[in-house]
Write a protein that binds this ligand. Structure first.
Ligand SMILES: Nc1ncnc2c1ncn2[C@@H]1O[C@H](COP(=O)(O)OP(=O)(O)OP(=O)(O)O)[C@@H](O)[C@H]1O
Length: 229
């Protein structure tokens, strides 16, 4: 099943009198279950592309379907619902709440789902902290965890809502190489076991090498898209 469909997508930013063509005529399809890296130099458009897939931003032109739903013409509330039910986010700076424990951070996005009672939320939190290997650290706050452990909490939080697709903007940028590779291997393992689609951006060649499909972006254009052998 096709989970992401982009047809002739353009994104232009206007900054004062300047116009920046951040994405130019992007055609892209991502199938459910893919483990895909978006690679490109700084300023090439990686974050813009992830923001459009994540319905955080809207294209200037073109068509975007996420999980079969056309995103154009949707109200902000409808887009927020699509985001909450379909997409999980992982950021390079982890974006955890510093005053909440690891388990409270994982539970937090579940509070918006009225159909989940406290016990159901608890079960999911326990399950996903276990999957990322942090059961023993459930009561720790982010500042009591290493960078790699914080990113594991962020992965558990992203998984807890049962998203179809997880978007990760440079998830290893603030980690040393070994820890970053561990995070990527964990994402890959979850991808294989649960079938969750992962799309992550990077400019680290070693991280790219772990992808199953690589998309290269340069100056807002896809220059190459191929399977990694
Ligand atoms: N909100 C904005 N307003 C104006 N221009 C923007 C905005 N966001 C991004 N841009 C511009 O769009 C282009 C693409 O930026 P983007 O952040 O997508 O690149 P990137 O590949 O993610 O870069 P990096 O690897 O440095 O994060 C750049 O020229 C950038 O300056």
């Amino acid at each position: 099943m096709r989970i992401v469909y982009f047809e002739n997508v353009c994104k232009e930013y206007v900054l004062g009198t300047d116009r920046v063509q951040a994405l130019k005529d992007i055609n892209l399809q991502i199938e459910a279950g893919e483990f895909l890296a978006i690679a490109g130099p700084s300023g090439s458009g990686k974050s813009t592309l992830l923001n459009l897939i994540g319905c955080i931003d809207k294209p200037t032109a073109g068509k975007i379907l996420i999980n079969g739903q056309d995103t154009s013409g949707q109200t902000p509330d409808q887009l927020a619902e699509l985001r909450a039910r379909t997409i999980g986010f992982i950021f390079q700076t982890f974006n955890l709440f510093p005053v909440l424990s690891a388990e409270e951070n994982v539970e937090y996005p579940l509070l918006q789902f009225k159909e989940l009672n406290a016990q159901a939320r608890r079960e999911r939190t326990v399950k996903f902290l276990d999957i990322v290997g942090l059961t023993k650290f459930a009561r720790h706050r982010p500042n009591q965890l290493s960078g790699g452990q914080r990113q594991r909490v962020a992965i558990a939080r992203a998984l807890a809502t049962h998203p179809k697709i997880i978007l990760a903007d440079e998830p290893t940028a603030n980690l040393d190489h070994q820890t970053g590779e561990g995070i990527l291997q964990l994402m890959k393992q979850i991808n294989r076991e649960s079938g969750t689609t992962f799309v992550f951006s990077t400019h680290d060649a070693k991280v790219m090498a772990l992808a199953e499909r690589l998309i290269q972006i340069e100056d807002g254009q896809l220059v190459e898209a191929h399977a990694v052998l």
